[in-house]
Unconditional design. Structure first.
Length: 261
């Protein structure tokens, strides 16, 4: 069987046409999720499943954030109940290792979380860094994000970015809480201070990361390790139940705020 001969111009036009249609569509969305780690992929999936137009920007060219590193590069992560249910929902196998404690394969977890998010309607754009927020003053609120190709950010070329408007922005950027840190630094009226994550205490960190996930100010929300970093919670290492539940919790709050559900 011989492959269809495709002219280079067809390839170029197909890519630019289709990408441009997506970009026009995502200039104005309900929710921007920043970061395709466990909390971001989970939050985005629930939001999209509930009917909100959701785009997820990830600065790397791959999904998963800290999942792929497993525990010190061993390719497994631990998930405690009831968060194992979230993995079962997306079809990710979990192995019970003791009462209420499960282990998942890191590659499978990344693939299944991402695939389920995409199937629920999330538009995931890889290779885009959120470098700033948009805000309005009266009433004070975050109204979107400023984005740039990661390749451009890394090159230090002077290229003006583009902006995307959203009713809600969720910082799921992990340990550096990048979006919340930018808002804290550039909009002092918000009176946000990012404490930075604490030393390890897995059980306490897991509990607190879920409790602390939610609204930071009007239009801006935080989940996952970004929530832990904002509030100075202990780190927890390669146990991921808190990240998954945190993503689910923040999605529920955004839904209540946007749709009144
Ligand atoms: O770090 P990450 O996995 O965040 P998370 O969802 O989960 C934390 C765990 O992986 C682990 C842990 C478990 O207990 O402690 O660390 O809180 O994923 C964050 C994602 O955000 C991307 C980054 O590349 C990663 O994939 N990211 C970070 N900053 C930006 C960004 C940015 N400015 N713009 C776009 N993406």
């Amino acid at each position: 069987m011989s492959l269809t001969a495709v002219d280079e111009r067809v390839i170029t036009r197909a890519i630019i046409d289709q990408a441009a249609m997506d970009w026009v569509d995502i200039a104005d969305v309900d929710v921007v999720v920043v970061g395709a780690g466990p909390s971001g992929l989970t939050a985005a999936r629930y939001l999209s499943k509930s009917g909100l137009k959701t785009v997820l920007f990830e600065k790397m060219l791959s999904f998963g954030g800290g999942i792929g590193g497993g525990g010190m590069l061993f390719h497994k992560v631990v998930v405690e109940s009831p968060a194992d249910e979230i993995l079962r929902e997306v079809g990710c196998k979990v192995e019970k290792v003791s009462e209420n404690v499960f282990v998942a394969d890191s590659a499978e977890m990344i693939a299944k979380l991402a695939s389920a998010a995409i199937d629920s309607g999330v538009k995931i754009i890889l290779g885009v860094t959120v470098e700033d927020v948009i805000y309005r003053e009266v009433p004070l609120r975050i109204t979107g994000v400023v984005i740039q190709w990661t390749a451009v950010s890394l090159s230090n070329l002077h290229v003006d970015p583009l902006a995307v408007r959203a009713k809600a922005v969720i910082d799921c950027t992990g340990h550096n809480a990048e979006v919340v840190s930018i808002a804290a630094k550039k909009i002092p009226q918000l009176d946000i201070s990012v404490k930075g994550e604490g030393a390890m205490f897995a059980a306490k960190g897991e509990q607190l990361v879920v409790e602390m996930s939610g609204k930071v100010c009007d239009g801006l929300y935080v989940a996952g390790m970004a929530a832990a970093a904002l509030h100075g919670c202990p780190r927890m290492g390669p146990i991921f139940g808190g990240m998954l539940l945190s993503g689910k919790k923040v999605a529920e709050q955004v839904l209540r705020d946007i749709k009144g559900e």
